[in-house]
Write a protein that binds this ligand. Sequence first.
Ligand code: NAP
Ligand code: ZN
Ligand code: ZN
Length: 346
Amino acid sequence: MKVKGLAALSAGASFTPFEFERRSLGSNDVGFKITHAGICHSDIHQVREEWGPAIFPMVPGHEIVGIVTEIGSSVSKFKIGDRIGVGVFIDSCRKCEPCKSGLQQYCDEGMTGTYNGMERDGKTVAFGGYSNGFVIDQDYAVTIPANLDMAGVAPLLCAGITLFSPIKHFKVGPGMKVAVMGLGGLGHMGVKFAAAMGAEVTVLSHSANKRADALAMGAADFQVIKDPEDLKPLARKFDLILNTVSAMVDVNAYLGTLKIDGTLVVIGLPDAPYKVSAGAMLNGRKSLTGSMIGGMPELQEMLDFAGKHNIVSDVEVISADYVDKAYERTVASDVKYRFVIDASTI
Ligand code: NAP
Ligand code: ZN
Ligand code: ZN
């Protein structure tokens, strides 16, 4: 399948039109026309090699939605015309315990990323969703609920599932006080899902101008945090903190805002290790943990939940020539609240 895409040809380069070939349809494969692809901060980290050496040319994009155009001979899950989504991985070993239990993101052999890696044949470079066509094994694709807007649903394929998964795992519900650090693409989905589950949500943000939006999304409180001192009045307040900040933060100061036995979940992935003091963990038996996206069954469960509760991302739909600018604005925390590329402009 010949497709058009947008590629960074080298680390940190601006985007340029790039034509390439997707694999021809296998019996278990689905071909689809991409309608929208979200811009995740992980795309930016990888294009800029903030996580180490990357593969170029790179076509990023792992928040992909579209319409099925072709199906292989053994495809049963989709038919032509269906709304389909692909997230952060396109395959995994399928044999290990995590894969068999639906936790493909934690595959023992490593999940096969949607881009910036090799497909499972070990020789084909995987190209992501900043493009107009895709081929995916049906087992690694999900169905988009009919009532949800396609542009608004695209970010759910990474930002949505990445917050839904820890929110489910830590049994967020009525009576719980949950803090979301950073109101960006991931954070705003955390607010919507945690509020929908019945928790009392506080946003901890360094951008004072996001207050009204946070409250409209379902947050009960919004605190501007510019300095660790600003956290002192919030001592021992939260059961759970979801840290979605893309930059380095003083985790110790945030641990102080947890109740006894509270948990801080690391979700943001800055380019350097956090410094954690033993004292901040010991005083109150705090837990510091992490969470990475979600598995295939949970991805579908999240979309079905979103369909039922009418939850989508707040998006700014952009055309292909705006992606470089969108990267700059995302890094400057100036996104309301996810940029989504209209793939028809590629
Ligand atoms: P984003 O849209 O850029 O949001 C990040 C937010 O962090 C910003 O909106 C801002 O919120 C806050 N922030 C940014 N720089 C800051 C600074 N210098 N000091 C304090 N706060 C700052 O990014 P995203 O797409 O949501 O991704 C967030 C992080 O999660 C990235 O590191 C990404 O790679 C990672 N990620 C992890 C997973 C996973 O599976 N764990 C999945 C996807 C992405 P305020 O303006 O409200 O302060
Ligand atoms: Zn992502
Ligand atoms: Zn596996």
